[in-house]
Design a protein around this ligand. Structure first.
Ligand code: MF3
Ligand code: CO
Length: 268
């Protein structure tokens, strides 16, 4: 399958899907408290998504049981919400959420520190987010896809972190996963040329220790855990490639107003 270029109409719908998802993330982030089960987080997210007349794209995707993924500490991604998994003070909690709005999808992840987290954890979260913005600096028409991969990976590795290699970002549109695959580390090839109208989900997953992950630790067929048990952080947005700076479709108005994008990704 080739990388699709979205029409004006499709881009409008992707933007709407993005704004809704940003709001869900914001509300859910505020609701996150020690003592909550990951099942409660899932239920809350499911209700919010449906209140916007959207569907949670993860629910039933390849049999995935939850509406969102909740991954704590050394869990990298795809944590399945359960009633007996309780969020504690000092945990770092990655929330990965996708919505379908009028047939179009958005996908975004945030990692939150709950209560008092260590300085190591705080820095990991901050630098994972920054690695995304380093990638954005080269995410415009004329650049090649794997320049994004290299910018993300080189930045994260400069701190000695492990960049997860077994999972990648992706194109997105009427399907959650479309071409191309977007690794978060330096590649030998340049990859395809970026063109205005491509919509991509860019999602660095960064471990404080080794880049290696394990898929069979929990035996649930989903959870991915860092191989050395080190903390892991995830940050993802759905973006639109343009001839200039990319548009981030999954930021809240507040995040834009507070200058997050400009601050972390200064205008070229
Ligand atoms: N948002 C994730 C991704 O980008 C995870 C989806 S996995 C699911 O691939 F099964 F939960 F949907
Ligand atoms: Co994704």
């Amino acid at each position: 399958m080739a990388i699709t270029i979205k029409s004006e109409r499709e881009i409008e719908l992707m933007k709407e899907a993005g704004v809704i998802l940003a709001k869900v993330h914001q509300e859910l982030g505020h609701a996150l408290k020690p003592g909550m089960s990951t099942w409660e987080v899932d239920k809350l997210a499911d209700e919010m998504i449906r209140s916007y007349n959207c569907l949670p794209s993860f629910k039933g995707y390849n049999g995935y049981p939850g509406s969102v993924c909740v991954s704590i500490n050394e869990e990298v991604v795809h944590g399945i919400p359960t009633k007996d998994r309780i969020i504690k003070d000092g945990d770092i909690v990655s929330l990965d959420i996708g919505v379908i709005h009028k047939g179009y999808q958005s996908d975004a992840a945030r990692t939150h520190g709950v209560g008092n987290i260590t300085e190591e954890a705080r820095l990991l979260i901050e630098r994972t987010r920054q690695s995304f913005f380093e990638g954005l600096k080269v995410a415009s028409e004329g650049h090649h896809l794997f320049e994004i991969s290299a910018a993300i990976g080189d930045y994260a590795e400069s701190f000695g972190y492990g960049v997860v290699r077994d999972l990648v970002g992706h194109g997105i549109g009427t399907n959650m996963h479309e071409d191309p695959q977007i690794p978060n580390f330096r590649q030998l090839l340049r990859g395809p040329k970026l063109r205005a109208g491509m919509t991509l989900a860019i999602e660095p997953m960064i471990n404080a220790g080794t880049w290696e992950v394990e898929f069979d630790t929990y035996g649930d067929g989903w959870s991915v855990v860092s191989a050395d048990g080190s903390l892991s952080s995830h940050y993802e947005n759905t973006i639109l490639i343009t001839t200039g700076r990319p548009e981030i479709l999954t930021l809240t108005e507040e995040e834009i107003a507070e200058g997050l994008y400009d601050r972390l990704c200064p205008i070229k």
